[in-house]
Design a protein around this ligand. Structure first.
Ligand code: TUI
Length: 317
């Protein structure tokens, strides 16, 4: 199949599709399954320590010979030690989120790792390029989890115009139509989280998968908008409704809501408490209706993308 993207050459992957680094969800097993299917699987280092990250990298290495990545969540108290583990274990790619990766880029590059920050604005994309990033993921606010201000439709072409390195699109992409659209915006690839969350190889609690499978278009809600800093999208439930009520109460302060989210993602993803936990997922949840293997997902979306891109010529006389 098709789609020669500069990203495939850069990374030695068959399809220009990354699996997003979802905290408490994206482990070595899921990453290896995505990489074995021809995409780039990514292990989330989330708030875990170096030992966990090393273990997951070694697990992925035992399950695939293909390249895979590690996502470093820059607000993690363990970011420094996880960054160092990457230098030692040398995954093919490191992606970063929720901050400025600048101080780590030289050590990763020196280790021969491709560095691909996830960014949510043109300024952050330019900073990443200047600091030596190999590509960026431009993530719109349709995404699940921690989000910026712009939509994918508005962000991606502006980032494409602002940098010379390849740009991947993320946020709101769940099938081949989204991939084709991302290419039309100038992207060289895509990152998807929500679609891979329901993959058969994904070990997230079944209750969490069921919430995504049952979700409709307007099922997600954003928490943390009033004070900013930790704006987060997830599927509407007791937790999100309570959070929004508390944050918009007149007497609320940044401090009074600061710890409301603590431990809630683990509660949903691991324990399966999808009422009181955070069921982080993107706006495309309404389109994600079936559990498939990573192989089935990637084959299906790439065939769809190919048909869309070939069919696009019919619009032009
Ligand atoms: O990072 C994500 N998605 C995430 S991270 C996460 S866990 C978390 N826990 C506590 C606080 C925050 C997050 C759940 N989902 N996506 C990539 C992303 N990065 N989206 C937005 C950003 C971003 C935001 C601000 C990147 C950089 C930034 O500031 C740049 C700077 O200069 O500090």
């Amino acid at each position: 199949m098709m789609m020669q993207s500069p990203l495939c050459e850069l990374l030695g992957i068959a399809y220009p599709v990354f699996q997003g680094g979802m905290a408490w969800i994206a482990d070595g097993k899921l990453a290896a399954a995505v990489s074995n299917a021809g995409g780039l699987g990514i292990i989330s280092a989330m708030n875990a320590n170096a030992e966990y990250v090393r273990e997951q990298i070694q697990l992925a290495k035992s399950l695939t010979d293909k390249p895979f990545g590690v996502n470093i969540m820059l607000m993690s108290p363990f970011a420094d030690e996880c960054a160092q583990v990457c230098v030692e274990e040398k995954p093919a790619v490191v992606t970063t989120g929720a901050g400025n990766a600048g101080k780590y880029i030289p050590m990763w590059k020196e280790a021969g790792i491709k560095v691909i920050p996830v960014i949510a604005s043109v300024t952050m994309a330019k900073q990443a390029e200047k600091a030596g990033a190999d590509a960026v993921v431009a993530e719109g606010q349709e995404s699940g989890g921690h989000i910026g201000e712009l939509t994918t439709m508005a962000l991606v072409p502006q980032v494409v115009d602002a940098v010379k390195i390849p740009v991947l699109a993320a946020g709101g992409i769940g099938d081949g139509r989204g991939i084709a659209a991302a290419f039309m915006l100038g992207a060289a690839g895509v990152q998807m989280g929500t679609r891979f969350l329901v993959a058969k190889e994904c070990g997230v609690h079944q209750n969490y998968k069921d919430m995504v499978l049952k979700a409709k278009d307007i099922s997600t809600q954003v928490t943390g908008r009033r004070f900013g800093g930790n704006t987060c999208r997830g599927i509407k439930n007791n937790f999100t409704r309570n959070f929004v009520k508390l944050e918009f109460a007149p007497e609320a302060t940044q401090e009074s809501i600061a710890d409301l989210g603590a431990g809630t993602l683990r509660k949903a993803a691991v324990e399966g408490d999808v009422k009181n936990g955070s069921v982080l997922a993107g706006q495309i949840s309404g389109l994600v209706n079936k559990e498939q293997t990573c192989e089935e997902i990637i084959q299906e979306i790439m065939q769809q993308a190919e048909a869309c891109l070939k069919g696009a010529a019919a619009w032009v006389k």
